[in-house]
Design a protein around this ligand. Structure first.
Ligand SMILES: [Zn+2]
Ligand SMILES: [Zn+2]
Ligand SMILES: [Zn+2]
Length: 126
């Protein structure tokens, strides 16, 4: 029973991320979820979705973590999310940008994950 409820929560969160136009924090997810779920369950589901290559996690400069659906053919244990993120300092929405970032690393450094957050003012707030 508990397992089935977790699956249901996971499906709801997947759909929510897929339809979102911005990255969502734990609090956003909790607020928007229309099935009852405690915080620990949401944390667990999010970790699972990241592990499965369905969502990527963004550590923002505002100290919060955000989640967004992956669109670059990510798979279990492997993400290809080399794009930057934009956080608007007025409405505080964080969005994935469609750019492709290829950081230039010194010899013998290998990239595992890029966590790039730009801040500024979004088109809606200008
Ligand atoms: Zn990804
Ligand atoms: Zn804005
Ligand atoms: Zn992103």
């Amino acid at each position: 029973m508990v397992k089935r409820r977790n699956t249901q929560i996971q499906e709801h969160i997947r759909a929510m991320l897929q339809n979102a136009t911005e990255a969502l924090s734990h609090v956003d997810i909790e607020t928007r979820l229309d099935v009852p779920a405690d915080r620990a369950t949401i944390f667990r589901v999010m970790n699972r979705l990241v592990e499965d290559g369905f969502a990527h996690k963004i550590m923002s400069d505002d100290g919060k973590s955000y989640f967004a659906a992956c669109h670059n053919g990510c798979e279990h244990g492997h993400h290809n999310d080399e794009h930057s993120h934009f956080r608007c300092v007025q409405c505080n929405r964080l969005q994935c940008l469609e750019d492709r970032i290829k950081p230039v690393l010194p010899d013998n450094y290998s990239l595992l994950h890029a966590n790039i957050v730009l801040t500024g003012v979004c088109p809606q707030c200008r």
